[in-house]
Design a protein around this ligand. Structure first.
Ligand code: IPM
Ligand code: MG
Length: 358
């Protein structure tokens, strides 16, 4: 029996609901497969933990997580606490502490979920956005001086390192090479940002020759938004900075039908540290506790986690079950224009897994 240690951190808001649903689906897969077992540790970290303990996770949180095979994460963000405190205290602390530099965000059309782009066929909209995940605009470098005075200054310094840029580009080229269309679009803003973004261009020029079989093109981030809407079929793998890809991936999720279905992997590709898997939708306090959160983002995320663990058959089975369920048309939550509850979608996906005789 193959056994994996999983740390489940549901976090805030709908995080609890969708991670709970995801763990049920994972149990159904375990049962169906029979070859692997997930030993799940439940970690109640997040904003409530902060209210009790003055921090988002224990001081030795990273130490506690170090030995697990993967982290299954819900969301952070609480209306009663400053977002930058909750985020830097947990999610970003894990991404940076575990050098999870490759943030992988697939977006595509699932059966039964049309999305707002009328002209595009499902086979033409199949993207993976690779987001640099440890530096750039999210480096955390900067400061505030002269607080409260008219001369007050706030600085957020975007930090780009040759190592950081090169490794994310090589990751994206390799990912593009493993896909049928072998296309990579490199996004920057090097017309306006003349230092770090030009470093991206320089590094790209240097390593481009190592990937002769990849069709590569470059886009400025503003033009990229129009291309995503008007020519979605021309895109395959996209690589961009931390902030640019943050914005583009929300657009990608909306174009694929809803933020509620979009998954993420925060990878440490060298596997020196555990990687972390999370739906991208966030804590969504407006619908928390109502039982209507879309669990599909968390299911798709679970499929990415299984893939990372090497359980490819189970990952494929889960994606198949998701697609059969959305294809039926009646198990769509309100964000997708339906009326199904988290419970109903979860049960439907579990049934699809149990009934999968492949
Ligand atoms: C995301 C989110 C986060 C980010 C927020 C919650 C800090 O928007 O995962 O895309 O910007 O990284
Ligand atoms: Mg985002």
């Amino acid at each position: 029996m193959r056994e994996y240690r999983i740390a489940a951190i549901p976090g805030d808001g709908i995080g609890t609901e969708v991670i709970g649903a995801g763990l049920e689906v994972l149990r159904a897969l375990e049962k169906r497969d029979g070859g692997f077992r997930l030993a799940v540790e439940h970690l109640p970290w997040g904003s409530d933990y902060y209210r009790r303990n003055g921090r988002m996770m224990p001081e030795n949180g990273l130490e506690l997580l170090k030995g697990v095979d993967a982290i299954y994460f819900g969301a952070v963000g609480d209306p009663g606490l400053p977002d930058h405190v909750t985020l830097w205290g947990l999610r970003l602390a894990i991404c940076q502490g575990f050098d999870q530099y490759a943030n992988v965000r697939p977006a595509r059309l699932l059966p039964g979920i049309p999305g707002p782009l009328r002209a595009v066929k499902p086979a033409e909209f199949d993207w993976i956005i690779v987001r640099e995940n440890t530096e750039g605009e999210y480096s955390g470098a900067g400061g505030r001086v002269h607080r409260g005075l008219p001369e007050e200054v706030g600085l957020d310094v975007a930090v780009f390192t040759r190592t950081g840029v090169e490794r994310i580009m090589r990751f994206a080229f390799a990912l593009a090479g493993a896909r049928p269309r072998k296309r990579l679009t490199v996004v920057t803003k090097s017309n306006a940002q003349r230092h770090g973004m030009v470093l991206w261009d320089d590094v790209l020029a240097e390593l481009r020759g190592d990937y002769p079989d990849i069709a590569m093109d470059k886009m400025l981030v503003d033009a990229m938004t129009t291309r995503m809407v008007l020519k979605p079929e021309t895109l395959d793998v996209v690589v961009a900075t931390n902030l640019h890809a943050d914005v583009l991936s929300d657009l990608a999720a909306a174009l694929s039908g809803s933020l509620g279905i979009a998954p993420t992997a925060n990878l440490n590709p060298e596997r020196k540290f555990p990687s972390m898997f999370e739906p991208i939708h966030g804590s969504a306090f407006d619908i928390a506790g109502r039982g209507i959160a879309n669990p599909l983002g968390s299911f798709w995320t679970a499929a990415m986690m299984l893939e990372h663990l090497g359980e490819k058959a189970a990952a494929g089975r889960l994606m198949g079950a998701i697609e059969r369920t959305t294809g039926e048309g009646k198990f769509l939550t309100p964000d997708l224009g339906g009326r199904a509850t988290t419970r109903e979608v979860t049960d439907a996906v579990c049934r699809a897994i149990a009934g999968d005789n492949s």
